[in-house]
Design a protein around this ligand. Sequence first.
Ligand code: TPP
Length: 640
Amino acid sequence: MIGRGFSDPLDEATVAELRERARRCRGAVLTMTTLADSGHPGGSFSSMEMLLALYHFARLRPSEPGWPERDRVVVSHGHVSPGVYSSLADAGFFEMEDLVAHFRQAGSPFEGHVARGVPGVEWTTGNLGQGLSAGLGFAFGSRMTGTAWHTFVAMSDAEQNKGQVAEARRAAAKYELVDVTAIVDVNDAQISGPAHVVMPVHIREDWEADGWDVVEVDGHDFREVYGALREAVADKSRPRAILARTHMGWPVSFMTDRFEYHGRALTSDEYVRAMAELGLPDELERYRELRTRPVGTERLDISPPRAHVAAGQPRTYTREKDVDDRGAWGSALRDVAEANADVPIAVFDCDLMESVRTEGYAKARPQLFLEFGVAESNTATCSGALSIVPGVVSIWADFGVFGIDEVYNQQRLNDINHASLKLVVTHCGLDVGEDGKTHHCLDYVGALRAFFGWKAIVPGDPNQTDRAVRWALGEPGNACIAVGRSKLPVILDAGGRPFFGDGYEFRYGAIEWPREGEDAVILAMGTVAPSCVNAADTLAREGLRVGVGVVACPLELEHFGMERAADAPLLLTAEDHNVRSGLGSCVADWLADNGRVTRLVRLGADRYETSGSAKDLLRSAGLDAEGIAGAVRGALVEAR
Ligand SMILES: Cc1ncc(C[n+]2csc(CCOP(=O)(O)OP(=O)(O)O)c2C)c(N)n1
């Protein structure tokens, strides 16, 4: 076998050796899928030569899969996991026997779609169309850390139909990511039939139109596949796509070009016939026995890296001047950047830099500011993948409806991938005002609550925003900071000083109490927090003692604070959010889970609103100070 890095031409002996390896890997694909009675043998066969070429010749270290300088190989069509895993095992990343015995078995790392944690897998995929964007993230990581790795992205032809792929192609060309190579398995087969029938796509023309060099090869000829990869690595003029013409199921006669083998395992009879054609023994019985043994569960540690970021000097906004939370975020970002001149802090934008307050950053550090245009799917995945490159901070700022709702599944994959993205969404809630219901993001907590790992931070005023941003940028893991649009009054303590001012430190999960009171407690989230304080002050003048707890972290309710809230005879939640899925629901769950009984009134949006000023919309939803005070009064009267 020749060395890694595609530096030498392929010799005859290596070609012969690779063919033999491909034959054995195909046998492993059939054994593991038939044993599991599920999986994707057809595409695993057509992608086999490209996968073996990548895993044998990219600059990788099978004994050190996390080697920081390694090339990155992303497989976008994650369903070809049998092909990917068998190639990785063949290249020495783990034992073939463990893989074949435990493929798709509960508890095994070898899932049906390629998953991080398996040595050699860089990005969990399975939702088609996201791999190229992930590859771009790694390519930006190479550029920003000054580490010269190459990024390869293997793809299928059906996913060429997907808009996210086009978004990614354009971004790669715009940013001259010449160290990215895409290799597409063009087998003209997908689930429902031939790819050109299911949906005609002009694959070559599309890539060329978006600024890529395109070459076509026989995808089953190692010499051609290797040669094209070698040229792509050497050429530094443009990113390159290799269209590898292949045949689904080849070389087994009855599987070749038959799209029904896309996602169906062979029956035992078919298995015996196919293995005989490959000249390999029937191994089903032996593996059936091995499958009854304990599953090996060893995986790589994929915890997100911690970037070393100094928080800089916090800013305290005072009552003299109302500030918007988004302005406080933009200023904190610039401060943190200044305090960390040597840390690559990447900021992604989708044509909204002025509104999301990243314009100043774009001017200060243009080389780290990535303008992706109206292409949120690509942005979500690319920024997510970049966030797992050690040493880089990856931030995406957008409106709530675009950074969360538009890309729900991309953010879900960022969660699954244990990414470390910092998502700052502005324009959340009815507070958006005049742009109307399409732009009122009302599920920024509810959507993230449906994931398992994302942190959600919804600050109560500009000072808390400032502290939360400085905290979050240095934290590992995915975190979303959600703010509104309007200028907000600074929350003051009972003595008239900024409540989140000097001496306040952001702590994830903490509930902060600008007002104390035993008659009722309001748990307030985000932009309505100042109005809740205002309402409490009004009620205090009427002789009612109402406590206000500001909950900036609805997904992590601190026990002590919640006990205190639950002690009150009346508990209200207030949020500029869908009342069914936000703070109110989190609090209701907490009460039920902890066996606490108290009267709970949930204030929030219960319908899509029209256009209108934020003030009018919040009033109409009962979320202004008057409405909130009225709700407390009403509930107390009812209780008497
Ligand atoms: C976004 C998305 N939509 C739908 C699917 C369901 N799906 C799985 S594979 C596939 C297409 C298979 O064709 P191709 O990707 O070309 O792979 P091959 O059949 O060649 O293995 C589809 C539609 C998916 N995985 N992701």
